[in-house]
Every structure is written in C-alpha cells, then in structure tokens.
Design a protein around this ligand. Structure first.
Ligand code: SAH
Ligand code: SF4
Length: 396
C-alpha cells in the first residue's frame, strides 16, 4: 500500500489555469493520509477528522465554509490544498429513477457512474479504471483496452458527486445511496490502493457510513491482490466466475490461465472466512452465454464446484454486442440453469433491466464521448447494460 500523501497528491495536478502550484486534492485521502498531511504542515492530527466530516458528511468543497477551522488555517489550506471532485459532463435521469453520470477524468477520458434506486435501496455502480486490461471475451470494457487507473479522488469523487446531486449531504438528510458496488469500468483489484482507500471512506463513520454489508468489490480473480485484501478492508466480495471449469474459464476470462478456479475460490474463501462477522456469503457472478456456458451439465458442474462454499449466485444473461459472436442465453435455458442451482440449495437470482430510456449502463456514454461512431456506441451500450444488471443482481 502506498501510504504517503505526496503519492496521491502527485496524481492530482490542478487543471485550473489560475492556479500555478500543484495542490493536494484532499478528496481522495484516507483518514491516515489526511492525518499525515496535517502533520506534514505542522497541524494537529484531529484536523483530519474535522476536514473528513466537512468533505464527506457535509459535502463542502470550499475551505471558507469549514467554520470550525481557524481563518489562518483556512487561508493556508487554500494555498496548498483543494477539494476537487471530478467534473460531470452529463447527467441523465430515467423515468424509472435510474440516474447516470458521465464523468470527465483527467487526460480527456470519461467514465460512468450509475445510481439505481430500488424501493428503500439506492445502489451506486462505481468505476475503478478507464478501460480494463483483462480482456474477458464477453466484455466490451475489456475490448476497449486499458487506458489508466482512476485516482482515489476520482473513485470516491463518484460517490461524492452522486450524493451531492441527491442533496444527501448535511444532517438529517434522507440517505439515497445505501449500497455501492465496484462494478463499473475496470478491474478494482488492479487499482488496489485507490480502490481500498475509497471503499474505506465509503464505510467510514465520519464519511458516508455505509454498512460493510452494502459495499461490494467485484473481481474477475486477481488472486495475489485478493490475498491481501483482507488486511485492508472488510467489504463484501463478488467473484466473476462465468464458468464451472478451467478449460472454459480460460476462454472467457483469460486471467484464469494465471490464477485458475481452485486458486481463486480458495483465496475468496479465505477472504470471507477472515471477515469479522462470519455470516456473509460471497456472490458468484455468472454471465450466461448461449451454447457456451449455459447447458444443464454446466449447472451441475457448478453445483459440484460450489457445494462446500457459502455463496449466492447471480445469473446475468449475456448482452450481445457487435464485436462479439456470443449470443444471449435463451429464456428456457436460463430457467433450467436456475432451477438446477435452486434445487441444489443455492440462492440464485437473475438480473432485471432498469434505466432503458437513458441507456443507463456503465460504458455507454463514455464510449459515446471517446468514439462517436454508431457502431461503437451500440457496442458499448451492450456492455454497459450488462454491468448495470450485474449491479442489481448483487443487491437482490
Ligand atoms: N472487473 C470486474 C468488475 C467490472 S465488470 C469484474 O469482472 O468482476 C462487472 C460485471 O459486468 C462482471 O461481472 C461482468 O461479468 C459483467 N459483464 C461485462 N460484460 C458483460 C456482457 N456483455 N454481458 C453480461 N455481463 C457482462
Ligand atoms: Fe475487465 Fe471485468 Fe470486463 Fe473482465 S469483465 S474485461 S475484468 S471489466
């Protein structure tokens, strides 16, 4: 883990033409890093708690409004630091309440964040990288390739922006964002420090105070990073499995060649077993692709694979896109597959679709900005929809 303020600050170069010096963006700093920052400027550590609350509980990004901090310190902060959320390029609202943000990130790229309301629950789907290097055969983010990691300020900034847009900041305000899933663009475990710091801010009592049962990291299986995860956080875990054996998974999720299923499930199990409360199950995500991994024998093999592990299973019908020859699972095959799992005793859910009228799914608008060809937009729409569906399922 990087534990220096400067490491984070260096990635946060101000783009404001009026500012001549590089300022430290306090938005993405963990409590420990914020304490180190205040100590480094000769201030007491408790300032970190005050500032954390201003930023993440009150939604304040102007030091002048941090009224329990002396004028002298506020002036000093204004010279050397800033609270700079990423910029929202576009916000779209669906008739069903789904809200989507297209977020500009430094370097001219864009990522997406989607808030999916469902009764009392509001689930925010957050991105961790611009693109993804892992190239899963059914995923359009993977097909875009990898651009770069998001900074911690850009990751927690997605939560900050969404909370702001719903007027959630301040005392006694209704909480709209109740759940966060790291299921937008990117592989969260390949951006370990920034993702961990951001998830911990989401769960921190002085920040968003989300329950550890309501913040979920989804991974395709970067085992060495998963092995370390439990030392740094106790959020929920979703494993993108998609196949019941290594031969098939090697095809769908290439990182499986490096870290095969047994290794991945062992590591995931150790993570779940190490959580302070032992009642949590990991979520298994399984994207169903016609004639590829959706046959009854695949379901039976999955039952055997998972029978000793406390899991709930989310089935995600594959969303086809132009650059892919895969097809969506048929309704019959889906029902049969689900029945086999349910009969074997697994809690098994299937996705539902939301936000159709605004194409509310991760990837789509970002795609439209980066590449305006119709073909490319359609391609990314499919992946975006898939990720949004996966988010919903994890929370069912
Ligand atoms: N990289 C992480 C998290 C982001 S992907 C991971 O792989 O877990 C989020 C989810 O979107 C994954 O579970 C993936 O299976 C799903 N997904 C991506 N493209 C899809 C598609 N075309 N159809 C169905 N699900 C898809
Ligand atoms: Fe990356 Fe996840 Fe897509 Fe695989 S499914 S390419 S890990 S974003």
């Amino acid at each position: 883990m990087t534990d220096s303020v400067t490491a984070t600050a260096k990635t946060e170069v101000s783009t404001d033409a009026n500012k001549t010096e590089e300022k430290v963006n306090l938005l993405g700093l963990s409590q420990a890093k914020l304490e180190a920052f205040f100590e480094s400027i000769g201030e007491k550590k408790f300032r970190a708690t005050q500032v954390l609350k201003w930023i993440h509980q009150m939604g304040v990004d102007d030091f002048d409004n941090m009224t329990n901090i002396s004028k002298a310190l506020r002036e000093k902060l204004k010279r050397i630091a800033e609270v700079r959320p990423p910029e929202v390029i576009q916000q779209l609202d669906s008739a069903d309440g789904t809200r989507k943000f297209l977020i500009k990130v430094t370097g001219g790229s864009a990522v997406e964040t989607v808030l999916i309301p469902d009764g009392e629950r509001g689930t925010l789907c957050v991105s961790s990288q611009v693109g993804c290097s892992l190239d899963c055969s059914f995923c359009s983010t993977g097909k875009q390739g990898f651009n770069r990691d998001l900074t911690a300020a850009e990751i927690i900034g997605q939560v900050w922006l969404a909370a702001k847009s719903y007027g959630q900041f301040g005392e006694d305000r209704p909480r709209i964002i109740t759940n966060v899933v790291m299921m937008g663009m990117g592989e969260p475990l390949l951006n370990f420090d920034n993702v961990v710091d951001s998830m911990n801010l989401m769960m921190h009592d002085n920040c968003y105070g989300l329950s550890k049962r309501r913040v979920t990291l989804s991974t395709s299986g970067v085992v060495p990073a998963l092995d370390r995860l439990g030392q740094y956080t106790d959020a929920c875990l979703a494993v993108s499995l998609h196949a019941p054996n290594d031969e098939l998974r090697n095809e769908l999720v290439p990182i499986n060649k490096k870290y095969p299923i047994a290794m991945l499930l062992d590591s995931a199990k150790r993570y779940i077993d190490g959580l302070p409360d032992n009642r949590r199950k990991m979520t298994i995500e399984y994207t169903l692709i016609n004639q590829v991994n959706d046959r009854p024998h695949h379901a039976h093999e999955l039952v055997q694979l998972l029978k000793e592990i406390p899991v709930k299973i989310n089935l995600i019908p594959f969303n086809p896109f132009d650059q892919s020859d895969y097809r969506r699972v048929s309704n019959n095959a889906l029902r049969t597959f689900q029945d086999i799992l349910i009969k074997a005793g697994f809690t098994t859910t299937v996705r539902t679709t939301r936000g159709d009228d605004i194409d509310a799914a991760c990837g789509q608008l970002a795609g439209a900005v980066n590449d305006r060809t119709k073909r490319s937009e359609r391609y990314r729409n499919q992946q975006a929809l898939a990720a949004e569906e996966a988010v919903r399922i994890v929370n069912q």
